[in-house]
Design a protein around this ligand. Structure first.
Ligand code: HEC
Ligand code: HEC
Length: 271
């Protein structure tokens, strides 16, 4: 990252949380519906199929997933966790303007953004059963959230600007101490005998590509600060999280072909 960009961050203070810039101001509590409220019949089958796609994406849609991740690798616990980009409440906030594409996006567009970038794969058909299932699951998760309201903890947490420019070398040391036991010394995650990942890759050919939101240091820092190490979220301080994010996002990963076309109307974040 250019030095001038970092100066910009230091001046700006708090880095805003990473969801759409024009998100509605109204926020309501995040309440996950009880599993027994899943509908019966064909609608319930679609909701359950959506849940299983989110939790085991590669197994469900091998032609559309180009890496070792599942949606729930980042949208924790099936998209139900605050500050891990929860799906709860999303049904009523789209369509929404999205600065990265410079257009109004539907919920299906946003799902496909993550297939192309976070999953380093290919969009799924907007008129196919897998998309219908994912949308049915998000709609069910959004039960009771008023149209136009976002839940508290939508997107990722805000994180204070780093006190000093992030240090990837220090991040590498912290990685070895705090992260490598699960994500692997080489960042490649941990596989079971059948080839599926029990621990997701953080970099390398099986991770998210460089067009993904998680490849931005501010998004990675916010996620790491509040959610990692898994089960011990909040145990790292903000500088640790920025240093770790600087390290992880500097490591090699698949290239996203369309990045140059992002932010066509401006507003590209500095980090
Ligand atoms: C590597 C982490 C990662 C994975 C894996 C991932 N996403 Fe995302 N997702 C993000 C990030 C980061 C954002 C925030 C927007 C951005 O910067 O791209 C996001 C945003 C979203 C949003 C919009 C959320 C909002 O509040 O507006 C939806 C919907 C979504 N993802 C769906 C999915 C689905 C479905 C999958 C699986 C096919 C998936 N994502 C996989 C990281 C991920
Ligand atoms: C106890 C094991 C464990 C430790 C330690 C751990 N993680 Fe994770 N991490 C996970 C799991 C598991 C997921 C996926 C979430 C899920 O499947 O529930 C994940 C997801 C992630 C993701 C998003 C998905 C991806 O592959 O990109 C990032 C980024 C991440 N971890 C970074 C870190 C960093 C940085 C550290 C060290 C501070 C760390 N993790 C420590 C288990 C761990």
């Amino acid at each position: 990252m250019k030095r001038s960009a970092w100066i910009g961050i230091l001046v700006m203070g708090l880095v805003p949380s990473a969801h759409a810039a024009d998100a509605p101001a109204r926020a309501v509590p995040l309440i996950v519906p009880a599993p027994q409220t899943m509908p019966e019949g064909p609608l319930g089958e679609a909701v359950r199929q959506g849940l299983s796609i989110v939790n085991a994406t590669k197994a469900a849609l091998p032609d559309n997933v180009g890496n070792g991740l599942n949606c729930s690798s980042c949208h924790l616990n099936g998209g139900t966790v605050a500050n891990a980009a929860p799906f709860v409440g999303l049904w009523g906030v789209f369509p929404e303007y999205f600065a990265r594409s410079g257009r109004v996006e539907t919920l299906a567009d946003r799902v496909n953004d993550c297939f192309a970038r976070s999953m380093n794969g290919k969009p799924i058909a907007v008129d196919g059963d897998p998309m219908r299932a994912v949308l049915a699951y998000v709609a069910w998760l959004s039960t009771g959230v008023p149209t136009g309201a976002s839940v508290e903890g939508r997107g990722f947490a805000a994180i204070a600007s780093p006190a000093r420019a992030p240090d990837a070398g220090r991040g590498a040391q912290l990685y070895a101490q705090r992260c490598a036991s699960c994500h692997g010394q080489d960042g490649g995650g941990l596989k079971t005998g059948d080839g599926s990942y029990v621990m997701p890759p953080l970099w390398g050919p099986q991770s998210f590509n460089d067009g993904a939101g998680m490849s931005r240091p501010s998004v990675a820092a916010a996620f790491i600060r509040t959610k990692m190490p898994l089960g011990r979220g909040g145990s790292l301080d903000e500088q640790d999280a920025w240093d770790l994010a600087a390290f992880v996002t500097s490591m090699p990963r698949p290239a996203y072909a369309g990045s140059a076309k992002d932010y066509p109307r401006g507003g590209r974040p500095a980090r």
